[in-house]
Ligand binder design. Structure first.
Ligand code: ATP
Ligand code: MG
Length: 575
């Protein structure tokens, strides 16, 4: 029993589990490194919206700053925009990133930085390296540079321009900066080792010419530092103690180290961890942008995307996402997390905290013939079955109701316990009703209405004579119900790894049924004033939220966040 408690969702929610990064930080603190400070950063490139993978990095970096608040030298986490590429970056992305990080529950205080603020400093450092004979201007084209680089098994070749004099390099670099050359005519390269087994050390490019306006520096620059010449020094300038990044940067670490050592500046410690992958989705900004630009989704905040804006619109809570990130843990080993686990985290949060309501997605009219024409009864129903503190709601009952079309079958198979001709069921917190007659459209044969009768003695949902019913249905009163549009979202892809085969366009695996829009749905009247983004469990249906963009008091729109149970798990078992 005890073990079970430790692994319970409650236990995981309140304490961030230990990981190898914390072990390193604890050791550093014990050794008195970094004057006892823990300073981390989250460094997005503002070229797209954040996704759930970024949330892992946000929770990790901001979580460390939060948990090491008691470190002798203090702790904090910076938000730094790595905005070195003027062509792909936009203010819209910066705004959305800030909004997303705040929404997740983290705060960078005054520590908002931009790599572009360091352009002057980086330029000076480049000049310093040229003076020291550690950097040179190269006239080779991008293609030539590539072919000179060699391969993993073959050393590279020196560029014919590698031995230019310091004076010539200084003059050329200055001329590059002054706009004397067209894009691509020259680059500045670090002078390291063309035979290094690490390709990143084979004279990497530090600066390129790009006559493009930058969203922050405007037309001040026509040369821009490469990411690899910017990232490590940005960390250094900000006094970052632990620079945490994903595994693909492991091979870049020796280069970052080389730069800070040559420049003799503060040396942050880089620690790599495995990026988050989730099945049935794609997580690279490039692919997400492709889906957005080609209209496969309605925008970056489409509820089917793994973007934070999309998950938010879908009804995910910050708590659910933080719990997810804490529980998947941090490791050095690449792995793929099951989408079902992310869904399970939101289900768990909403099961505990979302008030209950009744909504009929596919209405079927029910007339209770023996119920008085003009009577309305207000039934009290709990907002949460296990949390009386949440209180009750009032649900009006009258002669004409709607139930779910799929809760009735004219010829029910054996295990169907819901309504059928002659059969009695319970209407949630109201009465037992029996189906007496099925009314069909004479033209189409479609069932248009059920004529039923109720037993007044079963008020509240149980029979004084002890007779039992097998089914309990949700319902709404026709005269009182509100119309709503309900959007049923499902997974965006039908295969676990849409990007697995490089020869096949990942978009061919899109799920054609990922969005189903239902109109004419009927919800209980208490939802009239539901605020944007409020979340509910629609009884027997799943978790839904009020769409934060499209819903209005005269046009309610709900998004399905998650079904009540994992319907994909069953499907996968069958395969
Ligand atoms: P993508 O590959 O999706 O385009 P990126 O790595 O280029 O993402 P950045 O804006 O550079 O995006 O990422 C900011 C930070 O988020 C980086 O420190 C990066 O390591 C981290 N990050 C990005 N994707 C993931 C992921 N899937 N799991 C964990 N961390 C991630
Ligand atoms: Mg990146």
């Amino acid at each position: 029993m005890e073990n079970k408690d430790e692994n319970s969702p409650e236990a995981a929610a309140v304490s961030t589990p230990g990981n190898f990064i914390r072990t390193i930080i604890d050791k550093d603190l014990a050794a008195g490194k970094n004057h006892g400070a823990v300073i981390t950063r989250f460094p997005p490139e503002p070229n797209g919206y954040l996704h759930i993978g970024h949330a892992k990095s946000i929770c990790l970096n901001f979580g460390l700053a939060r948990d090491y608040a008691g470190a002798p030298g203090g702790s904090r986490c910076h938000l730094r925009f790595d905005d070195t590429n003027p062509v792909k970056e936009e203010q819209e992305y910066i705004d959305s990133i800030k909004e997303n990080v705040r929404w997740l529950g983290f705060d960078w205080g005054e520590h908002e930085y931009y790599a572009s603020d360091y352009f002057d400093r980086l330029f000076q450092w480049a000049v310093q390296l040229i003076r020291a004979g550690k950097a040179y201007v190269d006239d080779l084209s991008a293609e030539e540079i590539r072919s000179y680089r060699g391969t993993l098994t073959e050393p590279g070749k020196n560029s014919p321009f590698r031995d230019r004099s310091v004076e010539e390099n200084l003059a050329l670099f200055e001329a590059m900066k002054n706009g004397d050359f067209p894009d691509g005519a020259k680059v500045l390269r670090a002078r390291i080792d063309m035979a290094s087994p690490n390709l990143n050390l084979r004279d990497p490019v530090m600066y390129r010419i790009l006559h493009a306006s930058h969203h922050r520096t405007g037309d001040k620059w026509c040369i821009y530092p490469m990411y690899d010449f910017t990232h490590g020094q940005s960390d250094s300038l900000e006094g970052i103690t632990h620079s945490i990044c994903t595994l693909e940067f492991e091979d870049h670490r020796p280069l970052y180290d080389w730069f800070v050592e040559q420049l003799e500046i503060h040396h942050p410690q880089q620690i790599e961890f495995a990026r988050l992958n989730i099945n049935f989705t794609v997580m690279s900004k490039r692919r997400l942008l492709e889906l957005v630009e080609n209209g496969h989704v309605s925008g970056w905040d489409d509820p089917r995307l793994p973007t934070l804006a999309g998950l938010r619109r879908r009804g995910y809570t910050p708590v659910a996402i933080r719990n997810f990130c804490d529980r998947i843990g941090v490791s050095k080993k690449e792995s793929c997390v099951d989408m079902g686990f992310l869904e399970c985290c939101v289900r768990e949060d909403l099961d505990r905290n979302a008030p209950r309501a009744m909504a009929v997605l596919n209405p079927l009219r029910v007339v209770i013939d023996n119920y008085p024409e003009n009577r309305v009864e207000d039934f009290e129903a709990p907002l949460h079955p296990n949390d009386p503190a949440m209180g009750n709601r009032v649900v009006p009952f009258s002669r004409v109701l709607y139930i779910e079309r799929e809760d009735f079958m004219e010829e029910p198979p054996k295990k169907f316990f819901r309504l059928a001709p002659g059969r009695e069921v319970r209407l949630r917190c109201a009465y037992f009703i029996r189906c007496d007659e099925v009314v069909k459209d004479p033209g189409t044969g479609e069932i248009v209405e059920l004529r039923c009768s109720y037993d007044p003695a079963t008020r509240g949902g149980s029979a004084p004579d002890g007779r039992k019913v097998k089914g309990t249905l949700h319902w709404v009163s026709a005269a009182h119900a509100l119309d709503a549009e309900i959007r049923l979202y499902d997974r965006l892809f039908v295969v676990p790894n849409p990007s697995a085969d490089k020869e096949v366009d990942f978009k061919t695996h899109l799920n054609p049924e990922s969005l189903q829009v239902l109109t004419g749905c009927k919800v209980e009247p208490g939802l009239a004033d539901a605020a944007a983004e409020s979340r509910f469990q629609f009884e027997r249906q799943g978790y839904f939220c009020v769409d934060r963009i499209d819903s209005a008091s005269d046009r309610l729109v709900f998004n399905r966040t998650a079904t009540l149970r994992d319907s994909w798990a069953k499907l996968e078992d069958k395969d």
